[in-house]
Design a protein around this ligand. Sequence first.
Ligand code: PNS
Length: 158
Amino acid sequence: MEKTAIIPGSFDPITNGHLDVVARSAKLFDKVYVAVLNNNSKSPLFSAEERVELIKRVTGDFQNVYVESFSGLLVDFAKSKSASFIIKGLRAVSDFEYECQMALANKNLEGDIETLFMTSSPNYSYLSSSIVKELARHHAPLENLVPNEIIQDIYNKY
Ligand code: PNS
């Protein structure tokens, strides 16, 4: 049976840390869906459509990676793609408590879907979309933090 995984997140914007998790997951699963949360209440920097476009731009080389936005429950999106796995990157212990809560809530909603945690590569362990936005707001360099192809799109927002 085909193994399909979902990598969910806000991705506002995608970072090299996210991309690392996508690249490693693409080697482990037949199909990987990057699922972009379309959540208007969070007032993101990039619209869901823009975030999907940026992620598609930087994942174009992966034949088995698909990018879509979703709203509502993650497990419903996973079921709609016949995915049995949710992949979450863990940067540090501080991520664990929240991620563990989410994993248990999702397990309670849909027992057949497993959340798997992937330890982030050490060079990305401090990296987050919030840090990227803070640096961009101060016109600091973004090389090595986000893919080069999207740096200008981020600066253009400020
Ligand atoms: O990048 P983020 O903001 O940490 O991602 C959070 C995300 C998208 C994984 C999470 O908010 C989510 O799954 N939202 C969808 C609603 C849902 O299914 N929540 C879990 C049950 S409470």
